[in-house]
Each structure stands twice: as structure tokens, then as C-alpha cells.
Design a protein around this ligand. Structure first.
Ligand code: UD1
Ligand code: CA
Length: 457
């Protein structure tokens, strides 16, 4: 069987934060997730991640998604792979892909293309390489007329070798059996006194094994981040790639300032995304919507022809033709049905808002089931929390909830009923009724005049 080892033990000192480098995020996902995703897309059935620095963060993130091997000391990439020997020895028949957890743009096509070459050439090891204009810092590929001769690290290279612009991506396919044999022959006899995985190429050739190189058509496969600037560059590259993908699918952008769209988001054709909009997670947006400016939408399903202006929405559903904003907060587990309209300074939480319902301004609707074509007046509050427990409100179809109504949950308004502005409703109201809860209005004529007269005396 084929399998993969992902190296994720390194620290990333220049990031200046106690986070393993592969856990730094590119477009919202840890770099390690990008690498894992590429393996999963390439349908590699067994994966082992090497952890080291702050290992717990990685094992917590992975859960039981794949195996891990712990590298107690960082003694180099070869030493890191040695830690996976128990994993490798479980299945020595196929091939093992070794990947760096801090180079997120490795892709399925490169992985599969390199494997095909690796098998066709019957190599013990096939290095994935790329030609780049600025090879500084990377291992260089040494070639002779007969093919690859080895890999030399920047620090160990001569000036002439540093001119080579074909570099080691840090990804390789090995025959698993040969990898186990090669690992036993690596030494730390170099400037950094590390066990370099790169030495396996020259060792294989010395031992009469075949070694090859697969130059990727996508030079981004090598890109990694050593510091915050590098991480920003990765984010920029990923962000532009996602924007290009959506534009090819008919999504419109007048200006992309402040627009961040994570890889997993789906957007229908004809939809326009306006500046300052962040779309995260498993968000799905329909066709012909206008989203933005300044929206944050996370794990939310949005139908066609929806208009969101300065809205934050999380873990919710917004059906076709809904108009929301500006300045609206849709909190988790809400469902806004088709044609509803929600205006400025409204918060909705864990509620269903029926189709055609209007909540025009300044309201809080929490833990409530609101019917169809209801009108919620300005300043209405569902009082869903009594300090101990949360309860639900139910508002029937076509109800008219007057301004500044408090609905003390649990309470139910029947269909087609009215509440008078300013009422506090503590008991259920039957269908077609009007509920008024107000003190009697008292008017004291001439009150101010008498008060001033008293003062003068
Ligand atoms: C490595 C390669 C270099 C290649 C480059 C591509 C070696 C000796 N050099 O260099 O030829 O061009 O990658 O990015 O392999 N790691 C561990 N344990 C360790 C050391 C590293 O798990 O003891 C992990 C790191 O977390 C990282 C990966 O291995 O994910 C690569 O290590 P890094 O130190 O970044 O290697 P480079 O110097 O970049
Ligand atoms: Ca690196």
C-alpha cells in the first residue's frame, strides 16, 4: 500500500509564538491541513505526522484522523523520518511519500505525477523539484548527464552550486523498503550536524539503487514561510488563487480590498462580493446575491438573490430573496426563510424567522419561532433568559408585534394578533386578539407652570 509521512516537528523560531510552524494558518486553515488535504485528494490511505515542538497542539488538532510519531529532539529531516520506522515497517511493500508540513501548496497532480514517474522509472527515491527564480535557502538539485546526482543544502553548497535554480521541494516518493534501508545509512556529517533526509539520494546512487527527479509544473509547491512576512505572502498567494477561481465561475468583484474567502466556500454565478467581506468554513452562497460590504459569514447556507450588507452570520441558513442589514448579527442555529427582511441593529439567535416576515430595526429575537409575514416593531425583545434557564417564544403568522414589546418567555402569540406598543407580555395571547399592557395615561395640566411658580416664591 502507498502511504505518507508528513514532517511537522519544527518550531519556526522567527514566527515568535509558541505554535508549531505547520499549525500557522493560511486562509484560515493550518498549513498542515493543506498538506493533509493534498494527501487525501491523492487518495493516500495511510498517513503518519511527525510531531516535535509543542506536539500536543498537533495531536489535539488531528484527533484520530491519522497516526503520529513523536520526535523528542529536532536532529534533522532524516532523523524525523526515522521516528516513523514502526509505522513504515507495518507495510513495507508499497511507496512512501514524505512531505513537509510547512509547505502548504503541494497538490494532488504533483503527488500523482511524481508517483507515476517513480513507478515507471523503478526508482528507490524520486525527489519532487521545482525551478524557481530565487533558490536561496533551498536544497539544490545536483545533476550529471545520467540524471540526478544528489541534493546539496544551501549551507553546505559551493558558490557554483548556489547558482543552480532547480531546488528540492522537500517532498519525495520512496520505495518503502528502500527508505528503511537508506535511513539506517544517513549520518550527521555536515555543517548543521543534522541527519539530512536529502542525503538519501546520493546514498541510494552509491548503493546502486535508482534515483530520479520529478520537476513540478507548479513552482508554488515549494513555497513555505519562515517568518510572518512569508506567511503573509502565502496568504496572499492563496487568497488570489481563490478569487481567480470564483471569477472563472462567474462571481463578480468590483474591488477585492479586504475580501478573504476560504477554500471551502462555494459561490454561485452572478453573485457580487463587495469589499471587507470574509467568507469562512463551509459557507455556500447561491446565485445573483450581493454580499457586502463588510460581512463576516461562517458556515452559513445562503440561497439565491440574497442581499447582505454589513452582516455577521454564523452556522445558520438564509433562504432565497432575503434582505438583511446593515449592522445585523445572525447567531448560530438560525433560519431566515425566503423573502424575510431584517433591518439595522437586529440580533437573531437560535430562531426561525418565517417567510416574508419583517424585523425592520433594533430588535432581539432569541430562541424563538416566528411565523410568516409577521411584523416585529422597533425595539422588540424576546426575553428568553430568566437568569437560570432559557425559554422559547412563539409568534403566530401575520402577528403584529408593536414597538418596544417585551415577550417574556416561554410565551406564545397567536396568529393575526396584535400587541400594543410598549406592552410586556407574560401570558399566551389567543389568535386574532389585541394585547395591551400599559398603565393608564394621566395628564396633569399646567404642572410645569405650578412648579416654576413655587420656585419663584
Ligand atoms: C528542507 C530540505 C531542503 C528543501 C527544503 C524545502 C533537508 C536537509 N533540507 O530544508 O533541501 O529545499 O526543506 O522546504 O531536508 N522537521 C522536523 N524535524 C526536524 C527538522 C525538520 O519535523 O528535526 C520538519 C519541519 O517542521 C518542516 C520540515 O521538516 O516541516 C522541513 O524542515 P526545515 O527545517 O524547514 O528544512 P529546510 O531547512 O527548509
Ligand atoms: Ca522549510
Amino acid at each position: 500500500m502507498n502511504q505518507a509521512v508528513i514532517l511537522a516537528g519544527g518550531q519556526g523560531k522567527r514566527m515568535k509564538a509558541p505554535i508549531p510552524k505547520p499549525m500557522f494558518r493560511v486562509l484560515g486553515e493550518p498549513m498542515l491541513e493543506w498538506v493533509l488535504g493534498a494527501c487525501e485528494q491523492a487518495e493516500i490511505p495511510r498517513i503518519c505526522v511527525v510531531t516535535g515542538y509543542e506536539a500536543q497542539q498537533i495531536t489535539d488538532y488531528l484527533g484520530d484522523r491519522c497516526e503520529t510519531a513523536y520526535q523528542a529532539e529536532r536532529l534533522g529531516t532524516g532523523h524525523a523520518v526515522m521516528q516513523t520506522l514502526p509505522f513504515l515497517k507495518q507495510d513495507t511493500d508499497g511507496n512512501t511519500l514524505v512531505l513537509c508540513g510547512d509547505a502548504p501548496f503541494i497538490d494532488k497532480d504533483t503527488i500523482i505525477g511524481a508517483l507515476e514517474r517513480h513507478i515507471a522509472e523503478r526508482n528507490a527515491v524520486t525527489v519532487i523539484t521545482a525551478r524557481v527564480p530565487q533558490p536561496f535557502g533551498y536544497g539544490r538539485i545536483l545533476r550529471t548527464d545520467s540524471g540526478i546526482a544528489g541534493i546539496i543544502e544551501e549551507k553546505d553548497a559551493t558558490d557554483a552550486q548556489r547558482q543552480i535554480n532547480e531546488i528540492n521541494s522537500g517532498c519525495y516518493w520512496f520505495r518503502t523498503g528502500k527508505l528503511i534501508e537508506l535511513l539506517s545509512k544517513i549520518t550527521n556529517n555536515n555543517k548543521q550536524q543534522e541527519y539530512y533526509l536529502t542525503d538519501t539520494v546520493a546514498i541510494a546512487l552509491d548503493e546502486g539503487m535508482r534515483a530520479g527527479a520529478f520537476c513540478s509544473e507548479n513552482p508554488d509547491v515549494v513555497l513555505g514561510a519562515n517568518d510572518r512576512k512569508g506567511l503573509l505572502a502565502l496568504n496572499t498567494a492563496a487568497r488570489n488563487a481563490v478569487l481567480n477561481y470564483h471569477m472563472e465561475n462567474g462571481v463578480g468583484f468590483t474591488c477585492t480590498d479586504g475580501i478573504i474567502i476560504e477554500r471551502s466556500v462555494k459561490i454561485g454565478a452572478g453573485t457580487e462580493i463587495l469589499p471587507g467581506t470574509i467568507l469562512r468554513g463551509k459557507t455556500v452562497i447561491g446565485e445573483n446575491c450581493v454580499i457586502g460590504p463588510n460581512c463576516v459569514i461562517e458556515n452559513t447556507e445562503i440561497g439565491d438573490n440574497v442581499r447582505l450588507n454589513t452582516v455577521q452570520a454564523y452556522e445558520s441558513r438564509i433562504d432565497a430573496g432575503v434582505k438583511i442589514g446593515p449592522y445585523v448579527h445572525i447567531r448560530p442555529n438560525s433560519h431566515i426563510c425566503s423573502g424575510a427582511a431584517i433591518g439595522d441593529f437586529v440580533e437573531i439567535k437560535n430562531s426561525e424567522i418565517g417567510s416574508g416576515t419583517m424585523i425592520a430595526h433594533l430588535a432581539y429575537i432569541g430562541d424563538s419561532d416566528v411565523g410568516r409575514k409577521v411584523n416585529i416593531g422597533c425595539g422588540c425583545v424576546t426575553v428568553n433568559f430568566d437568569g437560570v434557564r432559557k425559554s422559547r417564544c412563539e409568534i403566530g403568522d401575520h402577528a403584529f408585534v408593536g414597538c418596544n414589546t417585551n415577550l417574556i418567555a416561554p410565551v406564545k402569540l397567536g396568529k393575526d394578533c396584535y400587541t400594543a406598543a410598549g406592552s410586556t407580555i407574560t401570558t399566551d395571547i389567543p389568535d386574532y386578539a389585541l394585547a395591551i399592557d400599559r398603565g393608564t395615561l394621566e395628564i396633569k395640566e399646567g404642572y410645569t407652570l405650578r412648579k416654576f411658580a413655587k420656585k419663584k416664591k
